[in-house]
Design a protein around this ligand. Structure first.
Ligand SMILES: [Fe+2]
Length: 434
């Protein structure tokens, strides 16, 4: 196939970059926080977490380890699920309240993303929207390095510990957008799967679908060789398209999700499944941190923008609230049915990694095959039945589409060209699946 990887397209990129934090994985690794951060010469740590985790065993392990290694630690826990401009600016003010020389985050994606974004505005003050891409902001580059950041995820989904992005809600626009810069990548990550032992089923389900979509989207994204060549290497974004590195991590993450998601949701004593899902989330983070996601993530933003009078069991959050992973998965089957023809073989391979029954199916049917497998996993884990399961019907299609169409860069990473009409048709097909 032309333009796939080492066969370069005219004006297309010839190189791709792999960016990763130093990553430690395994039960008990949270207690390595102190020695690891002290070895970087750090003395005064800002510890970001949320109010639910603040007094948890996980945060205490990290805090104690940092203190025992001679560091001064101050905790900031005024963080909301789905960070917004207000909570990010509170974090920035906290960082400016002392001479911190390092940041540690312990929590889900919301905590890690708040720590990343707060550092930007603490170190490089600007109007809030300036660092967001147009049409939302001015697309200003983040001017320089942030503080050394050690990220410790407590859910098996986000992958934020491996990425150069932070997702923040802008209250005046009532929707979420992405801040992206190589400076946002944490320097180290401690991924300790024991944090998943006490996660409620619905959190494992939602974060598991997030990891699953990260992996499929990376694997099926437009190839990096099809993106325009960037002559300034420092201007190349993490969202560079599918590449051999992201394939490697995404394909393994898909195998893990296909094999362990249902088990991990069904039984919180199944530590094998939950450990595997944590590793799968880490792999998917390594993958999408170096390729970018595409349409399922872009179309999740419309859902979280317009959700109304809805909440999800096991999350201590006021309505309206649809967890990120569910906001992504509700449209995913309809999306893959529509776009698979842009990269049919890749969708077939992804379906097979995910454990789909593709016997007798042709590559031309790969969109249907992968959609069927995702729907099967949704049913087996009690996920909402498409958009209708999170409070939407036909009458919301145009508003959802207009909202999501603003995610231009992610939409451009889709393997098949997708316009507003396509997005409307996909939302219409995502209302319900069974
Ligand atoms: Fe995600």
């Amino acid at each position: 196939m032309g333009c796939q990887y080492f066969e370069v397209c005219e004006h297309g990129a010839e190189t791709f970059t792999v960016a990763m934090p130093k990553l430690t994985f395994g039960r008990g690794c949270l207690s390595e926080a102190g020695p690891r951060f002290a070895s970087r010469g750090i003395k005064k740590v800002a510890l970001f977490t949320d109010s639910y985790l603040r007094d948890s065993e996980y945060v205490n392990t990290v805090r104690t380890s940092l203190i025992q290694s001679g560091m001064d630690v101050t905790t900031f826990s005024d963080i909301r699920i789905e960070p917004d401009d207000t909570s990010v600016m509170n974090g920035a003010r906290f960082l400016n309240s002392d001479q911190f020389d390092g940041v540690v985050s312990v929590g889900g994606g919301s905590v890690i993303d708040t720590a990343k974004a707060a550092m930007i505005y603490a170190l490089f003050p600007a109007d809030f929207n300036d660092y967001f891409a147009p049409p939302i902001g001015l697309g200003k580059p983040i001017p320089g390095p942030l503080l050394p950041h050690l990220a410790c995820p407590t859910t098996s989904g986000t992958g934020s510990e491996c990425t150069s992005v932070s997702v923040v809600r802008i209250n005046s626009l009532n929707t979420k957008f992405v801040l992206g810069s190589p400076h946002l990548l944490p320097v180290e990550a401690l991924v300790d799967p024991s944090v998943c032992d006490t996660l409620p089923s619905n959190v494992v389900s939602s974060t598991g679908f997030d990891l699953l979509c990260h992996a499929i989207e990376c694997y099926t994204a437009k190839a990096y060789t099809k993106w325009q060549k960037v002559t300034d290497p420092t201007a190349r974004t993490f969202l560079q398209g599918a590449n051999p590195w992201s394939d490697l991590a995404a394909s393994k993450a898909l195998e893990i999700a296909g094999k362990y998601l249902v088990r991990g949701v069904a039984d919180n004593a199944d530590t094998e499944a939950r450990d595997q899902l944590m590793w799968g989330a880490t792999l998917a983070g390594m993958a999408f941190g170096n390729s970018g996601t595409h349409l399922p993530h872009a179309m999740s933003y419309g859902v979280t923008h317009l959700m109304n009078d809805i909440t999800t069991k096991d999350y201590e959050v006021k309505s309206p609230f649809v967890p990120h992973g569910l906001s992504v998965i509700v449209s995913a089957p309809a999306i893959f049915r529509h776009i698979a023809e842009g990269a049919p073989l890749r969708h077939m391979e992804a379906a097979n990694y995910l454990g789909a029954d593709s016997k007798g199916g042709t590559v031309d049917e790969s969109g249907e095959i992968i959609a069927k497998r995702i729907i099967e996993l949704m049913q087996q884990t009690g996920a909402p039945n498409g958009l209708s399961g999170v409070g939407f019907d036909e009458s919301h299609v145009n508003a959802l589409s207009d909202s999501s169409a603003r995610q231009k860069r992610a939409i451009a990473n889709t393997p098949k060209e997708t316009n507003l009409t396509d997005i409307q048709n996909i939302y219409r097909d995502a209302i319900r699946y069974w």
